[in-house]
Every structure is written in C-alpha cells, then in structure tokens.
Write a protein that binds this ligand. Structure first.
Ligand code: NAD
Length: 240
C-alpha cells in the first residue's frame, strides 16, 4: 500500500492519546472513525477534539472553515467493526494493558482488510509481542505519539521482528502527513523515549531517597535548570 491509498483511518481509544491522534489525522485530510467502549467516552473524546481545534482557530493557526472540515471528517462509534472494516490504517490507542491490547488486535486482524496496517501507540510494550496476536506481523508496527499528540512533533516508529519495509515507509510517510517528525528505533520494552524518561525518573527517586532533595524541589529544579516542561516526578505520576 502507498500513502495515496490511505483514505480512512480508524483510531481505537478516545482518551488523551486517541483523541489527539484522531485530530492529527482529520487535520491531515483523512476520514477518521474513533472508537471507545461507551458512547459517553466516545463523546468525551470528540468534545475534547472540538475544544482543541477551537483553541487553534482562536489562535489564528487554522481557519474556521478548515477546522469545521476537519471536525466533519471525524466520526465516533463503539463498534470496532464499523471503524476498522474499510480502514487502510488502524491506530490503536487503548489502555496500556497487554492482555487487552492482544485481544483487541486478534479481533482487529479478523475484521480489517488483509492489506491494512495496524499501528500501536503503546508506550512500552514490545511491538513483536503485540504483533504475535495477529497473522499480519509484516503489517504491524509501533507508532508512538507523545502527549498532547495534536501538538508534540515526535513520532517514534518501531519495527517489530516481522514488520516489512513497505509498512515502515507507509507509517513514516503518514507521520509526515500528520506534520510530525518520525524517528525509527528498534524494538525493546520502552523503546528509546519511555526507557530514557523512566531512567531519569528512577534516578530522581533514588536522589530523593538519598535525601538529596525533596520531590517537589526535584521537579522545580528540572524545570528551571533544564527547561523541562514537566519535572520527572510529575511526569511519571501523570502517566500511571
Ligand atoms: N498519556 C500519554 O502521555 C501517552 C503517551 C504516549 C503513548 N501513550 C499510550 O497510549 C495509549 C492510550 O493512553 P491514554 O493516555 O490515551 O489513555 P486513556 O486512559 O486516556 O485512554 C484510553 C482509552 O481506551 C479506551 N479503551 C479501553 N479498551 C478499549 C477497547 N477495547 N476499544 C476501544 N477503546 C478502549 C478506554 O476506555 C480509554 O478511554 C496507551 O497504550 C498509553 O501507554 C500514552
């Protein structure tokens, strides 16, 4: 499949990441169907996208007409079949639970057209392991966005053991269409970014335990000394 063949993207999960990713996809011109486990959660995700898009209209970063067009391209549903059966790419952003993700990937594998690509936004689970729930290891890949996905530029792209070069190129090109900077890394628990930030947080906790500094002061020092937008303790707390 080539980038021009992508018309519809299914985003699974309407939470913090799913709604941000759906916004990126719709702004890039794709038809998007976003799912969650209840109508209420789907609506919450769509409302979050509306708020986010209105914010950039008010800042003059996008016209009202383009914003409305992007919002009109997004549909919400609790029916994964409706979302995925004719999507060329599925981006999974459901809760970080390996058993849940594998069950959903097995189901998706049976629903999606055979040429479709499944991408996981997992923060830390090995892509090779997740891909093993499907029979499309060559069309399975990690596409790791950062929060808030509609703003943060990096997409870490992770090839599993069987991911094809074609799938990698497609998802790299799609990331560029989303106005992101894709960087390829090899498969490992936590990839690069999660592993690195977890090591920073672990060292911060060790220093706290050694009574070198207090928790709040560690966050404040990291922000003031290194220009981190969030300290390592508050960042890890917000991710659990
Ligand atoms: N929050 C972050 O900073 C961040 C950054 C990068 C990656 N991630 C990863 O993104 C994924 C989602 O994280 P989040 O922060 O958006 O979590 P979240 O809790 O905000 O959203 C997850 C959503 O998935 C939904 N969900 C659960 N099972 C589902 C199913 N079967 N079908 C559809 N939806 C389902 C939940 O109801 C929830 O609304 C996780 O894998 C996480 O590790 C998170």
């Amino acid at each position: 499949m080539k980038i021009e063949d992508i018309k519809k993207i299914a985003v699974l999960g309407s939470g913090i990441m799913g709604s941000g990713i759906a916004e990126c996809a719709a702004k890039a011109g794709y038809k998007v169907v976003m799912t969650d486990v209840s109508d209420e959660l789907v609506k919450h995700g769509i409302d979050n996208i509306k708020t986010s898009v209105n914010r950039i209209v008010n800042k003059g970063k996008i016209t009202k007409a383009d914003a409305d067009a992007a919002l009109n391209r997004i549909k919400g549903t609790t029916d994964v079949r409706e979302a995925a059966r004719d999507a060329q790419v599925v981006i999974e952003a459901i809760s970080e639970d390996i058993g849940l993700k594998k069950r959903v990937f097995k189901e998706l594998d049976a629903i999606c057209p055979k040429e479709s690509v499944i991408a996981s936004n997992t923060s830390a689970i090995m892509i090779t392991d997740l891909a093993s729930a499907t029979k499309r290891g060559d069309r399975f890949i990690g596409m790791h966005f950062f929060s808030p996905a509609q703003i943060m530029k990096l997409v870490e792209i992770i090839k599993g053991a069987e991911t094809s070069e074609e799938t990698f190129q497609l998802i790299r090109d799609l990331s560029v269409k989303f106005n992101k900077v894709p960087i390829a890394v090899n498969d490992a628990p936590g990839f690069f970014t999660t592993r690195y930030i977890t090591a920073c947080a672990a060292e911060a906790i060790r220093l706290f335990e050694s009574r070198i500094a207090g928790l709040k002061d560690i966050d404040t020092m990291c922000k003031l000394a290194f220009n981190f937008p969030a300290g390592p303790i508050e960042l890890r707390t917000s991710l659990v």
